[in-house]
Ligand binder design. Structure first.
Ligand code: BDR
Ligand code: CA
Length: 311
């Protein structure tokens, strides 16, 4: 079993990602750490606790991390997509958490788990990369304990939050630049180019809802999220973003990647938060390379995600 830490801002697609990991025998879910992002840190933390309760995983510790970006305050959240509470206004329909948040800062919980790990740990950031940038900055000696970072974020085709920037990277470009361009931990980046192709239609969601309490709980969260995607991007179905990154964290190689140098625009112009992915075969860039997931068998992938969310 691969030891796994999810760093997240739940978030409806984050909820699917957590449930996928909770139901996957290939991984040992060591912790869920939370970050500001789709909504405020207090909401993302209580949502993480409730989601783990829904999944029957109150054994998994939850620790709260950064409540703002490293450098510049975020001008707005994604509540138009995820609702004011991060879960379509339906967070209260999920079971109350039976466990308390861990007293440690997310970065210190991650550090303690890495120190104790006997096998390389996968870290899956599926929100702004602030906690992971802080971890790498404060505890560089622990980098060899990280097997891979598998992050949802970025785009080579343009953004969903601004014309140029994807939400997670745009929320803290300086943190994303540190993780993607300046550090040397093996990293897979799962951008919008792929995740926008991974949407689950009504028929499959009905099947998920019929499959048990977890599927029912998650499906209840999706109608307004789906309506927003339809209105804003013309995309039908539940776009799985974060769950696609978790599929790769759980089953390495399920996504097809290209090795590319990636930089993040940290300027204050219209490109702020854009990921500049250098897909030239013989790029002269001195930057290290990140595995960018541009392709997969998208139908199999959606099936993989949903088949794990069974109880
Ligand atoms: C990312 O932004 C968030 O709104 C989602 O949870 C996902 O992590 C997609 O751009
Ligand atoms: Ca997210």
């Amino acid at each position: 079993m691969t030891p796994l830490i999810i760093d997240t801002d739940p978030g409806i697609d984050d909820a699917f990602a957590i449930a996928l990991a909770a139901g996957s025998p290939e991984v040992d879910l060591l912790a869920v750490t939370t970050v500001f992002g789709n909504v405020a840190l207090s909401n993302t933390t209580s949502n993480a606790l409730r989601l783990l309760e829904l999944c029957g995983r109150s054994d998994v510790p939850v620790a709260a991390g950064a409540d703002r970006p490293l450098v510049h305050p975020t001008p707005h959240r994604a509540s138009e997509v995820h609702g004011n509470d991060g879960l379509s206004g339906a967070a209260d329909t999920l079971p109350l958490a039976s466990h308390d948040v861990d007293g440690r800062h997310a970065v210190e919980l991650m550090a303690d788990l890495l120190r104790a790990a006997t096998e390389p740990v996968t870290i899956a950031p599926i929100g702004p990369m602030t906690n992971v940038a802080l971890l790498l900055a404060v505890h560089p000696e622990l980098k060899p304990k990280i097997g891979r970072i598998v992050a949802m974020g970025g785009s080579a085709k343009g953004g969903n939050t601004t014309a140029a920037a994807e939400f997670n990277v745009w929320s803290d470009p300086e943190a994303a630049h540190r993780v993607l361009a300046e550090e040397d931990v093996p990293t897979v980046l799962v951008p919008l180019d792929l995740t926008h192709r991974c949407a689950v239609g009504a028929g499959r969601l009905d099947r998920l809802a019929a499959g048990g309490a977890v599927g029912r709980g998650l499906t209840t969260l999706t109608p307004s999220y789906r309506a927003t995607y339809q209105r804003q991007l013309g995309l039908d179905g539940m776009v799985l973003h974060d769950a696609i990154a978790l599929a790769e964290a759980i089953s390495p190689g399920i996504l097809r990647t290209e090795s590319c140098p990636v930089e993040v625009d940290c300027s204050h112009g219209p490109g702020r938060g854009a990921t500049i992915v250098d897909r030239r075969r013989n790029s002269p860039s001195p930057r290290r390379r990140v595995e960018v997931a541009f392709d997969a068998d998208v139908d199999d992938l959606s099936e993989f995600v949903l088949s794990r969310i069974v109880s």
